[in-house]
Ligand binder design. Sequence first.
Ligand code: ATP
Ligand code: MG
Length: 417
Amino acid sequence: MRLSKQFTKTRKNAPADEIARNAQLLIKAGFIHKEMAGVYAYLPLGLRVLENIKTIVREEMDNIGGQEVMMTTLQPRDIWEKTDRWDDKKVDNWFKTKLVNGTELGVGLTHEEPIVDALSDYVNSYKDLPIYIYQIQSKFRNELRAKSGLLRGREFTMKDMYTLARTQKEHEEVYEVVAAAYHRVYERLGIGDVTYRTAADGGIFTERFSDEFQTVSEIGEDTIYLHEAKRIAVNEEVYTDENLARLGLKKEELVAKKAVEVGNIFPLESKYTDALGVYYIDENGDKQSIIMGCYGIGISRIMGVLAELFADDRGLVWPENIAPYRAIITRLGDNESTVKVADKLYEDLKKAGITTLYDDRDARAGEKFADADLIGIPHRIVVSDKLVASDMFEYKQRTAQESEKLSYENLMNRFKL
Ligand code: ATP
Ligand code: MG
């Protein structure tokens, strides 16, 4: 992408009411546009980051046999009445709307009911199970307070997986398969070392815990008590002597930290399948309940978390696999030979499969360097009149202090990972 053609520009300031660092940086660097509190549009750079996060999650879900679907945002009332989740007194963050004829509809805030309802057409034998189904989509929640930028939105992107199993034992195996995939996701996102599986409230219809994945950060709304050696934690909401005993944890071995919930996996038992009348027939011809689990990952929240964690006083510092582009060519000077060398490098990097932003704008060197840092591209290559005269390139990693002068060959070798 040539920066001279990209419609977004970096800006000096974020909106005054935007106090979270992730939103400030992402707005200043032109990744997102604030539509209203808790509602953000993704601009070209931001969309590329969001897609990179989705790709990692999608690969790990596909790896464990996940089958991707796209559910609907508009929801019919009846299926939610069957599970008693339609009433605003039961679920307080619904957005609802109406058809012209007055029929009330819900705006999808989660999708257990519609997924189970759709599966009733396909699941009836023990041979149909277990299954893993997932979606990566916008969810809408009328949050009392939208805050912390991308961390708590009213419209946000979530990956949700729903598993259906034949028995409690099979469910537990499936649940651990998904939990292991979650660890791989956070590892690949570069937050594996600060993300802990955390025992949390299981909701109203199970005695079991749910498991949150909590990333330690000062911006977090949750307090967790973590066991560094065991790499597990307990959410404050279930931090009681009785629960610690259940988990085999001792108070004095735990430390309190602020953390962001980046994922949450739940045992649902047969609450939704029973309520919606979806059963299976076992080997003996008997009707049996289906045991379900659901598994969310906050895709857009994670983008916010990464922007919080991977940044310095000059701007964003994206990990290589998340960055909107891996390299940026900063061209200084517009001698014919300089333009030619920079253009050729741009084509060569593209051919080598390295996504590249090409700063071909007519702007001051200081402005170009500041923008490259703010946007947070991992590899910066300077092509200038002076460098071209000596047949060299200046190369610097976003995380490095110093730049180096490299020949064309040595430069290209830096990208052979
Ligand atoms: P929270 O406790 O933070 O309100 P939740 O427990 O209601 O979240 P889940 O229904 O478990 O959320 O959703 C799965 C995941 O989606 C969460 O772990 C979180 O990462 C993300 N998520 C939930 N609500 C939001 C939101 N309002 N904005 C952005 N991401 C969200
Ligand atoms: Mg949750």
